[in-house]
Design a protein around this ligand. Structure first.
Ligand SMILES: *Cc1c(COP(=O)(O)O)cnc(C)c1O
Length: 404
């Protein structure tokens, strides 16, 4: 079991005040907080071995290179990738998706089809629309139902031998619903389509096993799983990474350059042009260590209790509606009260020290489905407490009294 009192001591930010009140941070789906263990790794990097990697013969460069490649191996192990060079460091989920979408531009033809889900973050929609514009391929959408679940019978009907790619998130950032990606992947593979899973919202809660999933691409951001911003990962099966052309040209990604012809470096360097976020990559590895030490089973059990407790308490508030009522959910609650604008609720609870997100959560198609401008979203992490849920619900009650 988790000892949350002990865990909270790892997070310096959790003891600060906001507007004179103790901070209650419930915006974890936008970015997670950073434990001292990860902050120490960042400080240590810049204090002791800051150097550019891979090129230098000098000691600092070798130390930095070793730590960076060690972090890649940690990520490989965490996601159970077969090979370390199947892990590409990127600046985050958005960069990872663009890298793959850009690569497919040279592989798709105009009568090909690609499938997206109705539950996606804009960063798993827009790059594919750009790809379809470039190639003439058609974008199809798996619809959702009132509960915020994908309609899997419709998905089966969308698939055909024209389908080349399917891209879905593992967990919706706007609703917290967990998608049946095992089934999605299996059905896509039956028609020969590749699958990209956006794991940005899943990785703070569960430990994906890419080989068991048999997924072709899996992407995530460090900053949603206790790591720093500006760094993330792309897992790709070796055969796919070999097939895709490089995304950016530059230093580090080449084997040989002349003005007549350039040959590209082997994986993973082919996709890592320029000086990467070295410190960020190393800190990403440390964040994964930190979360594994706590244990993903413990995290899931505890967060589910927080979710159940908060859901029950919130539903006591008159006129409050929760969006995304699937049984398969992580600790995200998206809600509205009557016709009150989500922004007004968010502003009032902020005065009481409670940080929640309001708006469309980069998922406008979901808001269009429910015919709402946005929601208030509270998202819980393993370092949140039941007492914080009480403070949050009281703050929402107060906002509701003022606004309705
Ligand atoms: C946060 C998020 C993204 C975008 O991640 P960035 O770190 O901003 O690139 C994409 N998809 C989902 C599901 C997300 O939650």
């Amino acid at each position: 079991m988790l000892d949350v009192t002990v865990i909270r001591k790892d997070f310096p930010i959790l003891s600060r005040k906001v507007n004179g009140k103790p901070l209650v941070y419930l915006d974890n789906a936008a970015t997670s907080q950073t434990p001292q263990q990860v902050i120490d790794v960042i400080v240590n990097y810049y204090s002791n071995y800051n150097a550019n990697i891979h090129r230098g013969v000098h000691t600092l460069s070798q130390e930095a290179t070793d730590k960076y490649e060690e972090a890649r191996k940690k990520i490989q192990t965490h996601f159970n990738a077969e090979k370390a060079h199947e892990i590409i460091f990127t600046s985050g989920t958005t960069h990872s998706i663009n890298l793959v979408a850009n690569g497919f531009a040279s592989l798709l033809k105009s009568d090909d089809e690609v499938i997206v889900s109705a539950l996606e973050h804009h960063s798993n929609i827009v790059p594919w629309q750009m790809l379809c514009e470039k190639t003439g391929a058609t974008l199809k959408v798996i619809p959702m139902n009132e509960k915020g679940e994908l309609v899997m019978s419709d998905y089966a009907n969308l698939l055909s031998n024209k389908t080349k790619l399917v891209f879905v998130n593992h967990i919706s950032n706007a609703l917290g619903v967990i998608n049946p990606i095992e089934d999605i992947i299996e059905k896509a593979h039956k028609v020969g389509a590749a699958v990209l899973v956006d794991g940005a919202q899943a990785c703070p809660h569960i430990k994906p096993n890419v080989q068991q999933l048999d997924v072709d691409f899996y992407v995530a951001s460090a900053h949603k799983m206790c790591g720093p911003t500006g760094v993330g990962m792309l897992y790709g099966k070796e055969k796919w990474l070999n097939k895709l052309p490089p995304y950016q040209g530059g230093g580090e990604m080449i084997a040989e350059v002349t003005f007549e012809k350039t040959t590209y470096a082997d994986l993973p360097h082919k996709f890592e042009a320029g000086t990467p976020n070295i410190c960020g990559g190393i800190a990403f590895g440390a964040a994964i260590d930190y979360m594994n030490a706590i244990g993903f089973d413990n995290i899931a059990t505890y967060e589910n209790e927080l979710l159940a407790y908060a859901t029950k308490k919130l539903l006591d508030i008159e006129g409050l509606r929760i969006y995304g009522n699937s049984k398969h959910k992580t600790s995200v609650i998206s809600f509205n009260i009557g016709n009150v604008h989500p922004y007004d609720i968010g502003s009032i609870v902020d005065k009481l020290g409670v940080a929640v997100r309001t708006g469309h959560h980069c998922a406008q198609p979901i808001m269009d489905f429910y015919k709402i401008p946005g929601t208030v979203r509270a998202s819980f992490a393993f370092y949140n407490t039941f007492e914080e849920v009480d403070v949050f619900v009281d703050a929402v009650k107060k906002a509701s009294q003022m606004l309705t």
